[in-house]
Design a protein around this ligand. Structure first.
Ligand SMILES: NC(=O)c1ccc[n+]([C@@H]2O[C@H](COP(=O)([O-])OP(=O)(O)OC[C@H]3O[C@@H](n4cnc5c(N)ncnc54)[C@H](OP(=O)(O)O)[C@@H]3O)[C@@H](O)[C@H]2O)c1
Length: 315
């Protein structure tokens, strides 16, 4: 067997995002992953990453902040899945379809959050094309429980969430300033929790400056070269999270203009893949100048237009 080209150290492999990232790295044809088990986010901890071409952090914010500092001091290149540096000046924000590849000489990539990934993929091209107003954008998010990580929480108990759906952290979700910074516009963001494990659907209500067809064309032309983003002809059951769970795909759609003057724009993604682990691998590939598709689920080239078939296997 030929030797793999790169060694990647993974910190946080026992968490939800870390487990998925570990599995992807294990199957990556050019990456040899090794897991770091120490919790010492200091010089000694950084020494345990010796030999890594890149260190990947799938740890909570506070832990990531300490790890990034120690790893930078030790001269490591790092991809951080937490929000510790997503709003730091000079740090590459790794959403490839919008912000491109990281500079070869960069030392840190901030991997975007799941809601921001879905929201920015849906809205940035529309704002950039000037076909929606930057004021009055409202975003309704609906996510499965894995988005909260594996820690125990009362509102995540089976008895609290089964047969239920409710909003959480309204007005104080940490993804609101992250979306605003990288969108370049203020937003009202309301996240809701669904009684499902994985997947998220984001619905943004925007004020168009052109008919919905123009919005649809702006999305189609922005993502024409990007095969992991699919723009559906219209919203419907083809936009369900079961079409994206287990994939790196983002499904987008634009609804009709309503009497209120607002147009709904949609995005569905798998929070643990496109919103975390596969996005991190996508960034890793681009950073190390590997073909972007290495180690990632293949793009979906069809247009789902109905309920998901029962044959679709969920990982
Ligand atoms: N879940 C998602 O959908 C999602 C999406 C996008 C981004 N993210 C981000 O990805 C990161 C991980 O999220 P998650 O949902 O996977 O969280 P999680 O399930 O709570 O896992 C956290 C992981 O970090 C480890 N850890 C905690 N403190 C550590 C320290 N000081 N040093 C080393 N390891 C430490 C934990 O180890 P133990 O098992 O030993 O406790 C565990 O492996 C978070 O920053 C989160 O915001 C998550």
């Amino acid at each position: 067997m030929s030797k793999k080209q790169y060694r990647v150290a993974l910190i946080g492999h026992t968490g939800y995002a870390g487990q998925v990232l570990h599995a992807l790295l294990m199957h990556h044809p050019e990456v040899e992953p090794f897991v770091i088990t120490t919790r010492n986010a200091d010089a000694a901890g950084a020494r345990s990453c010796a030999g890594a071409d890149v260190v990947m952090l799938a740890t909570p914010s506070e832990a990531s902040r300490a790890w990034v500092s120690a790893l930078r001091d030790a001269g490591h290149k790092t991809i951080d899945l937490s929000d510790a540096h997503r709003q730091s000046d000079g740090v590459h924000y790794g959403l490839p379809e919008i912000f491109g590849a990281p500079a070869v000489g960069a030392d840190l990539i901030a991997n975007p959050g799941c809601y921001p990934t879905a929201s920015l993929l849906a809205l940035r091209p529309l704002l950039d094309a000037g076909c929606i107003e930057p004021e009055g954008i409202a975003i309704l998010g609906a996510s499965g429980t894995s988005g909260a990580g594996k820690s125990l929480r009362e509102d995540l108990h089976f008895s609290a969430l089964h047969d239920n759906v409710f909003p959480y952290k309204v007005g104080e979700h940490r993804h609101t300033p992250e979306i605003e910074r990288h969108l370049g516009a203020p937003v009202t963001f309301v996240p809701t929790l669904l009684p499902i494990v994985r997947g998220m659907l984001v619905t943004a209500f925007v004020r168009p400056t052109a008919p919905p067809d123009v919005l649809l064309d702006a999305l189609r032309s922005a993502y024409e070269p990007h095969h992991w983003v699919t723009v559906l002809p219209k919203p419907g059951s083809g936009l369900g999270v079961r079409h994206v769970v287990g994939t790196h795909q983002a499904l987008l759609a634009v609804g009709p203009i309503e009497r209120s003057g607002l147009v709904p724009v949609f995005a569905a993604i798998d929070n643990l893949l496109r919103g975390a682990a596969s996005l991190a691998v996508h960034n890793l590939n681009l950073w190390l100048s590997m073909p972007p598709e290495l180690g990632l689920p293949p793009p979906r080239l069809d247009l789902p237009d109905g309920p998901p078939p029962m044959t679709r296997m969920l990982p």
